[in-house]
Design a binder for this molecule. Structure first.
Ligand code: EAX
Length: 328
């Protein structure tokens, strides 16, 4: 009895002396992305880094590496996260299906009605499940930040309805659902890592691509002959912030909780700056001579891309899709 008491006292002394485990934990981490420094990915990343630094009283420092500084594409950087060489990554869903297949359910065209619908699903049970599925491949899903609704651009012509773009050579992300959607729409799509797209468009290897306004604007795609921007909003693009599970698990519980909570908090901030900037950016690029097509016949794209739902119905049954579509 006396021995046990002494032991407990000793442990208590050590804990009091050393303080909670987190007090000892110090780290410097890298947070990577594929986009330009002023893209909302990196504005969110800086906010996250600042909050983590403040809330851990400088114990955890996070340095931001935008513009593919840590890899030639999002796939390669995600492999770095799996190995623990890169601690954190904000990425599109482009190559993610190759790591966690369930995430591709978010890549179906015209799945989301609007931003409210998006927030409902991403911040709800479905979103959390899709993030947690990454743990099977040594990746910790923290939260869903935003890329945005994607729009079609090209160097050749004004596109209002899907027929206008038949046979056009466009780049898609390395994403089987996106590729199938554009094939079904009669375009000539080719998957390509983001780092290769700008030069491929400048050299006319491809005629067009599709991305949210923030990517179009912060990557200055009008300098790559993308003078026609059709507001197709044909698919919503989330951007999960992912962490090396090895490094996440090595952090004290308090810090793990802090990372998840702060990532969820920054998601609201990051989505807001992305959405609030869109209209002004459209006006600005129109001022640079870009043809911004607002009256796109979206129904023509929706109809032309609809067959992909059947094409992948064995992997993504109708019921699962409808659960997302009908979320209110
Ligand atoms: O994540 O590859 C893409 O088109 C993505 O939208 C871009 O890399 C930002």
């Amino acid at each position: 009895m006396k021995k046990t008491l002494v032991l407990c006292l000793a442990v208590m002394m050590i804990v009091l002396w050393c303080g909670p485990a987190s007090a000892q934990y110090k780290a410097t981490m890298k947070l990577a992305s594929a986009t330009a420094p002023d893209h909302p990915y990196n504005l969110g990343a800086q906010k996250f880094a600042d909050l983590i630094k403040e809330r851990t009283k400088d114990r955890i420092q996070i340095k931001i590496y935008p513009s593919l500084q840590l890899g030639k594409g999002e796939r390669e950087m995600l492999e770095g996260v799996q190995q623990g060489a890169i601690e954190l990554l904000v990425t599109s869903t482009g190559p993610l299906g190759g790591f966690s297949p369930s995430i591709n359910i978010l890549d179906f065209p015209f799945l989301f009605r609007d931003f409210n619908h998006v927030d409902l699903v991403m911040d709800g049970r479905i979103g959390r499940k899709l993030l947690d599925d990454f743990e099977k491949v040594n990746i910790k899903g923290l939260a869903f930040w935003e890329n945005g609704f994607r729009h079609l651009t090209n160097s050749k012509l004004v596109i209002k309805k899907v027929e206008d773009g038949k046979g056009l050579k466009i780049r898609t992300m390395e994403n089987k659902v996106h590729l199938a959607a554009w094939k079904s729409a009669g375009f000539n799509p080719t998957p390509m890592a983001w780092g290769e797209v700008f030069v491929a468009m400048q050299q006319g290897v491809i005629d067009g691509q599709e991305n949210p306004i923030a990517v179009y604007y912060t990557s200055k795609l009008w300098d790559a002959k993308q003078s026609n921007l059709s507001l197709t909003s044909h698919v919503y693009s989330p951007a999960p912030i992912l962490m090396s599970k090895k490094i996440f698990d090595a952090m004290p519980k308090e810090d793990q909780k802090l990372f998840v909570e702060t990532a969820l908090e920054v998601a609201k901030f990051q989505r807001k700056i992305n959405r609030d900037a869109e209209e002004n950016r459209l006006k600005e690029v129109a001022g640079k001579g870009v043809t911004v097509v607002r009256d796109v016949d979206r129904e023509s794209f929706k109809k032309a891309m609809a067959p992909v739902y059947d094409e992948f119905s064995s992997q993504f049954p109708k019921a699962e899709i409808e659960t997302i579509m009908n979320a209110k």
